[in-house]
Design a protein around this ligand. Sequence first.
Ligand SMILES: [Mn+2]
Length: 358
Amino acid sequence: MFSKRVDCMRKIMEEENLDGAVITSRDNTLYLSSFSGSSSILIFTRDKAYFATDFRYIEAAELISAYGYEVVLIQEGMKSVLSLLSKLFTKSELRIGFEKTVSYGYFEALKKGLKDCEYIDVSDRLLAVRSVKDQKELSLMAKAASIADIAFTHILNTVKAGMTEIEVAAELEYVMKKNGASFPAFETIAISGKKTSMPHGVPDHKKLMNHDPVTLDFGANYKGYCSDMTRTFFLGSPSPKMKKIYNIVYDAQKSAQDYVREGVTGADVDKIARDIIGNEGYGKYFGHSTGHGVGLLVHEEPRLSTQSTTVLKSNMTVTVEPGIYIPDAGGVRIENTVVVQEDGCYTLNHSNKELIII
Ligand SMILES: [Mn+2]
């Protein structure tokens, strides 16, 4: 699988007519080499691939050589990296692929090491390749989603008024780890009451109260892959207004999810959800996009937004997560992560999305 990914990097290099490429972001190095440590640099020349890392990871890196990388020990940080680069690239005026997400300091150092080269961003190309998942990735993502489902069921069975938001977040994370997650895919959102009007509210020591809406937005990282789901439920019967909002968000989420298929654009899907919410008069309370790609990063390509011209392809994984947020009252969001197929999509997480009253 990973040697195939080296080939995919080679294809990008050919298409961009690159003499070399230097890849350092953790998500791309993981994708291209299977290495998940915090320090590694992949260097591609026209005919070879190098995996450079420091002493802490050299033993773990041995595996990487099986994928066609020559492993190189870096002993003096950036100084060693630059001397390696100047050994590998002896000519000047080369076309070198890099990632536009690197730090300014790193980029300046790179330019000093490889003088007079032209730098071409390949991160967008890699994100485009990564947006379509293979079967192995899909099975890891299904597992990550099922871990989150287990944690959600646990919360529904144990949550009660008097628990704090932080406690609920900690329970979710504990149960996810007990069930195989390495860590949460992102900072868990567990918010209650009026705070649910903040799409990315931060849990604190506020206690849950009867009749509160509770919004949980969380996911597991399983072997590098993320899951992402959101549910809003109620601790006792909701106010008529919150119930109405729930049903509109439910309709918007269901209709948009039903619309996802190969060949439609991100904007097409966004419009389905946005029109339903807008037609009910709540348009101004839905200020974020309808969804995003998920994979090694929790937010990646493609986007399901008003601006997204990306055409969806089979085996892309995207969230569908409309919401309505009314300041000083409360909010509702429902989010599934789905896999795009030729004639529709299937969802990776299976928790009930209908109105839940505990
Ligand atoms: Mn999301």
